[in-house]
Design a protein around this ligand. Structure first.
Ligand SMILES: [Zn+2]
Length: 402
């Protein structure tokens, strides 16, 4: 079977092939066999790509897909806000069916944005049924996905049995959904736990990913190096605040980093590490991370055909793969001090939202008497929340100050 994609702006990403303002791509039996300014293939099925971009699919190597339905509720949150609202309040109420829908819709949304391969960094591990629902959501959508599974935030016990169980389900490298191991990291557990999880990952042949950061006082990468725990198969997410010599350690180990610039800038993680990572010899990748921090708007009418809300409203374009690198600094405040979720009966997420919102007494369009720029940070935040509530007349979560 031959397919000819014709008339598009071709970005081959291959210097030997080059780019074409208007070009053709010939696919034969599922393999690209030729890229040129013009290709004659009279027997091929023709796809007219005029005024469209033709390029390899994007790869997002770090996205918490289960949060898709929460898009935009925390576009002005700091990381402590996010942790309290999402992980201490909403996540414990997620049912497996909520996870399924989040992953299904999130995977479809990613594909709509041009992301053909996506790593789902799953940290809504409330139970085995949640993991199964997450995998089902990925499987029910087109595109290639990597289910990055590990312990839930705050869990200190072993997850070996659960990792082995899910691995048996996903032990097919040719399948549309494969598996990686999401590590907790030494800062949330212990160096012994990191060693045990890396050992398990090596036994099962799983790549690993871990969130990491520093406020400038800790040296988490050096700690791992001294314990012999820097692996080429690990991607360090964020890495803001990591010292230059630690970035070189990652490069020497062949590790990779994933930068999420939109979330890192909004949540106060620090400057994205792209430049410093490149200088250290790393080849950074980019990722979306969490969608609650993303803008809530849908695609603008003028959005390019290969981009929609996420890629359009933020400067993150998931790139190269899983084989490059960077990371994030752990936020200086709140990372550890966010309140733990109290045990409670699991209730539908819709009920939860009803309880965690409250009527906004200030008219949504009313601006504070003084300019936001001239007011203390707390007043500015209250105003921004009031403005953001204009669509519903409600303010989200208990952090609303009016
Ligand atoms: Zn993340």
């Amino acid at each position: 079977m031959r397919t000819l994609i014709t008339g598009g702006s071709v970005l081959s990403m291959d210097p030997a092939v080059g780019d074409f303002a208007s070009g053709d791509v010939l696919i034969e039996n599922g393999i690209i066999t030729r890229v040129a300014a013009h290709i004659d293939a009279p027997d091929a099925e023709v796809i007219d790509a005029t005024e469209r971009i033709v390029m390899p699919g994007l790869i997002d190597n770090h996205r918490h897909t289960w949060q898709t339905a929460l898009r935009g509720i925390g576009a002005d949150w700091t990381f402590p806000d996010y942790r309290a609202a999402i992980h201490a309040t909403l996540r414990p109420r997620y049912r497996p069916e909520d996870v399924y829908l989040g992953n299904l819709l999130g995977r479809l949304e990613a594909l709509h944005c041009g992301v053909t391969t996506m790593l789902d960094w799953f940290h809504c591990a409330e139970g085995p049924e949640h993991a199964d629902a997450a995998v089902a959501g990925l499987r029910d959508a087109p595109g290639r996905s990597i289910f990055c599974y590990g312990a839930n935030y705050g869990h200190q016990g072993s997850v070996e049995a659960e990792i082995r169980r899910v691995h048996r389900e996903l032990d097919d490298e040719r399948g549309p959904v494969t598996m990686a191991f999401g590590l907790r990291g030494a800062e949330d557990t212990s160096i012994e736990t990191v060693a045990a999880e890396l050992k398990l990952a090596a036994e099962l042949g799983l790549r690993t990913s871990v969130h990491i950061a520093s406020d400038g006082t800790a040296r988490p990468v050096d700690d791992l190096r001294r314990h012999g725990l820097l692996e080429a198969s690990t991607t360090f997410v964020h890495a803001n605040g990591i010292a230059d010599d630690e970035l070189r350690m990652l490069a020497d180990a062949g590790s990779s980093i994933s930068i999420s610039p939109d979330v890192e800038l909004k949540m106060g993680f620090g400057w994205p590490m792209t430049g410093r990572a490149l200088a250290a010899g790393l080849r950074p990748t980019l990722s979306v991370d969490d969608t609650p921090a993303a803008a809530a708007t849908s695609s603008p009418p003028c959005a390019p055909p290969t981009l929609s809300s996420e890629a359009w409203t933020a400067p993150y374009v998931p790139a190269t793969c899983w084989n490059s690198s960077p990371s994030t600094r752990r936020p200086p405040v709140g990372w550890r001090s966010a309140p733990a979720a109290s045990p409670r009966a699991r209730t539908p997420i819709s009920s939860c939202c009803a309880r965690t919102t409250s009527p906004c007494s200030r008219p949504p369009t009313q601006r504070p008497a003084s300019s936001p720029q001239a007011t203390p940070a707390s007043s500015t935040r209250s105003w921004s929340r009031a403005a953001r509530s204009s669509a519903t007349g409600r303010c989200w979560v208990s952090t609303c100050r009016h």
